[in-house]
Structures are given as C-alpha cells and as structure tokens.
Design a protein around this ligand. Structure first.
Ligand SMILES: C[S@@+](CC[C@H](N)C(=O)[O-])C[C@H]1O[C@@H](n2cnc3c(N)ncnc32)[C@H](O)[C@@H]1O
Length: 267
C-alpha cells in the first residue's frame, strides 16, 4: 500500500455545521457596495441558494454586463441544487432584456456523489465525514449519492422545487432545459444540442464534476462570455481540474476574484 504526502491547508472557511445561518442571511453590509436592485433580487432566491451574498451579487452584475454588451448565448449552470443562482441569472435577464435566454440546468437533483480521494484532497473528505456524522463513511469517488449530505440545508435540490422557483419568478418554461443525472451521463450528450453559451457557471465542488463540464461545455462559450468557477478557492479538486484544463488548453485569461472562494474569467 502506498502513502500520499499532502500539505495540510488551513481553511478559514466556515464549516458546514455553521453554514445555514451564514448562508441564508442577506449581508446588509454589502448592500452599499452593490446596490438596492441586487439586494431586492437576491431576496427572492435567497433560500434556494448556498452561494454567499457577494458571489450572488457579482453573478447578477455578470448577467447585466452580458445584456448590456449584447453577448449572445445561453446561461448554463452545472451544480444547481435548489436553483437559486440560476434563478438569479433569470431575474437579471428578465429585468435587463426584452429577449429571454435559454437556461440549461445540470444536476443530479439528488445528494452529491462521493469525492475521489486521489484528486479531491483531505479537506472535502473531512467535511463529508463531519456533515454526515459518519467518521467511517467510505468515499471512493463512486457515482453514488452521499446520504444526508444536504440535510442541514433542507435536503438535495429537486426538479419540482426548481420548476416551482422559475415559475414563481415568471421565467418561461419554453426557455428552461433541466438535465437531470450525473454530469458523467448528461453533459456530453446535451452539449451537442447547445449552440452558444454566454455564461457557464460551475458549482459542483469536485474534481471530476468540474473537469467533465469544462471539457464538454467550454468550447461553446462565446468570446466575451463568462466562465465562473464557484469552488476554485474552496476545494482543491475543483481548483486542480480548472488549472489543468486551463493549462492543457493554453488559457491565460486572468482569473478574477469574485471573492476568495469563487473565481471567473472572461473569454
Ligand atoms: C454546491 S451545490 C450547488 C449550489 C447552487 N449552485 C446554489 O445556488 O446554491 C452542488 C450541486 O452539484 C451537484 N453535483 C455535483 N457533482 C455532480 C455530478 N457529477 N453530477 C450531477 N450533479 C452533481 C450536487 O448534487 C449539488 O446539487
């Protein structure tokens, strides 16, 4: 049996057990930095997203930029959970454009699959053990939902609640495409039916989940389109999948900070 030597990273991130109050509160201190419009729109989707206020506000501004500059293409999120971030993109489109965009939503609509100990690092393994309350849980990178992982957040996202959220904000169902299943089974097939992408948002925590989406969807992102990697600063698997992909494809576009966790670049 071999050994793996890993640097222990110190995370100043909140632990999962602290998350609900942290995530579900609106951060009023940032209202000044962003503005009333973002604040009011984020309020509508807040309970459907675990993304923090700053990253939601930046996402909203990203879509306004796409509308104002006329960047064509769909809005795509891989890792949707209860739909909050995707619905916020829809709200920005509804407010800032006469034309509805196609929105593609990829998710298992179930608990997340297992991290892979070979590529995802110790931090996420420990987090899964902590959240599930099961220190001896087997984590082998299998495509198998981890029981209880989202219990503290109100369970996994479902198709039904996603559809209800989009209906509540008045986005036309004709422009919504839900791709239910593991990315490993859905993304490649669906990508042939997606023409142009204006914004690609990856929020799937894990190495393989991030890599497969970049490999199959990045080429569809149009010039001046935006690629957001929500977990770049949080999970090392996500970060290395992104770094490898950028290196292999000679992508040197500056990786901007949305905050310490979330990064994006403009193609
Ligand atoms: C962090 S949550 C997404 C949060 C969401 N964007 C929001 O606004 O709160 C990650 C989601 O990605 C999904 N996911 C991760 N890897 C996946 C994979 N390989 N296939 C399908 N879904 C996956 C999980 O099931 C979960 O719903």
């Amino acid at each position: 049996m071999g050994y793996r030597v890993e640097k222990i990273r110190k995370h100043n991130k909140h632990t999962y057990s602290q998350m609900p109050s942290f995530f579900f509160n609106l951060d009023r201190s940032l209202k000044f930095e962003y503005g009333d419009e973002e604040y009011e729109q984020i309020k509508k989707i807040r309970r459907h997203s675990m993304v923090n206020y700053r990253n939601l506000a930046t996402l909203y501004e990203h879509v306004i930029y796409l509308e104002k500059t006329g960047v064509e293409g769909a809005l795509v999120e891989c890792g949707v959970w209860k739909g909050g971030a995707s619905a916020l993109m829809a709200l920005a489109n509804l407010k800032h454009s006469e034309e509805r965009r196609l929105i593609h939503l990829f998710d298992a609509f179930d608990n997340i699959c297992e991290p892979d100990p070979n590529v995802d690092g110790m931090f996420i393994m420990d987090q899964v053990r902590e959240v599930t309350g099961n220190p001896s849980i087997e984590l082998k990178g299998r495509m198998k939902p981890i029981d209880g992982i989202y219990d503290k957040f109100g369970g996994p996202g479902t198709l039904e609640e996603n559809k209800a959220l989009f209906s509540s904000i008045g986005y036309p169902t004709s422009h919504l495409h839900f791709h239910k299943g593991w990315f490993q089974d859905t993304v490649k097939i669906a990508s042939s039916g997606i023409n142009k992408i204006a914004l690609l948002r990856l929020d799937a925590d894990l190495y393989h989940s991030t890599k497969i989406c970049l490999e199959n969807l990045y080429s569809k992102v149009v010039p001046n389109g935006i690629i957001i990697i929500d977990d770049y600063g949080t999970y090392e698997g996500c970060r290395s999948a992104t770094d490898e992909f950028r290196q292999d494809n000679k992508i040197t576009n500056f990786l901007n900070y949305s905050d310490a966790e979330c990064r994006y670049w403009i193609k």
